[in-house]
Design a protein around this ligand. Sequence first.
Ligand code: GLU
Length: 431
Amino acid sequence: MDINSSPPTGAPSYLDPAHFGPWGIYLQQVERVRPYLGELERWIETLRRPRRILIVDVPIHMDDGRIAHFEGYRVQHNTSRGPGKGGVRFHQDVTLSEVMALSAWMSVKNAAVNVPFGGAKGGVRVDPKTLSRNELERLTRRYTSEIGIIIGPNKDIPAPDVNTNEQVMAWMMDTYAMNEGSNATGVVTGKPVDLGGSLGRREATGRGVFTVGQAAARHIGMDVSKSRVAVQGFGNVGSVSAKLFALAGARVVAVQDHQHTIYAEAGLDIPALMAHAVRGDALNDFPGAQVLGQDQFWDVDCDIMIPAALEQQITATNAARIKARMIIEGANGPTTPEADDILQARNVLVVPDVIANAGGVTVSYFEWVQDFSSFFWSEDEINARLVRIMQEAFAVIWQVAQDKQVSLRTATFIVGCTRILHARDLRGLYP
Ligand code: GLU
């Protein structure tokens, strides 16, 4: 029997990759890093088993008097390098497998940029668009109370993710602080600036996407100012990334959200499109843009593609159609391992999520530090530190990819997993 496994019982374990989509993808990515771990490979099960999984029932009063129940999760994948850290998403398709994978990608990401955090993630299986503001607040507060037994400024620090924002973080912070009976601004990041949030946090993920995109473009001799960019997802990450590429002179020719795809040969006016989206207007009503079918997005003639929506968007079925020379993953987990192989064979550079979108958690780290010291930095200082961390981390990863002749994803996993397992090894087991 493999000494690393629990005795077989016949029933599939929640860790079984065959039964769990995104978690299975993450496990395949871990296998790709195994040959490069050296002595630390003896700790590899640490990466293959989340440290702690909490599944909670979230009952709330609906405005019409009914009582509704939602399923919530918080997974702490690893805490060897520091407290758990990672966002909370509200989405109707959230599953345990997804939250497990997202928590693991946080561990790798935090280690790759060397911020002193482990990895965690949370989610509630709910479509927040179907809730009133009061229902959303009750859901957030009840979920926070339920996971309150494992979160805290020194234990695990949530943040925004898909469909959660500064207001949701304000409610989470308030609920935790009220339950604790003390101030606890450091329990979440991505808060409003007036509540101990950090300047620059809202734009940080997009700024990080742009920063590593620029660095990667230099390595392959691509001129960003002359590039054509296609963006999937126009939330916080997609819209800010698009804005920064457009500011650098790139033409953002296509934008897709979960309902529509729009295209403009001369480039879309991104600030105008952001204002359009903030008003709640549908993408296909944007003046001057051509409306494409959702599937046509993958055929758009572009140099850079930025998936900034959900997981498993670039798959074996569409990877061969992508015209871009470079993909920068604003989303977590947008590319499957099969698609990674197709893209690599076609010489398309994939800048993986675990470095490309690390700007958000990097400024979350700054926010957490500022909350502890109650001393707040200027936006320029924050952006300068963010850019420096992202550039330095990317340079190390690029070098590892060159030296070992591996993809940037495997290189980032080599850097991140080595740091995690080295910390694991130094700490040892207790009890
Ligand atoms: N949700 C973001 C991510 O996936 C940020 C997490 C954080 O700031 O803790 O990286």
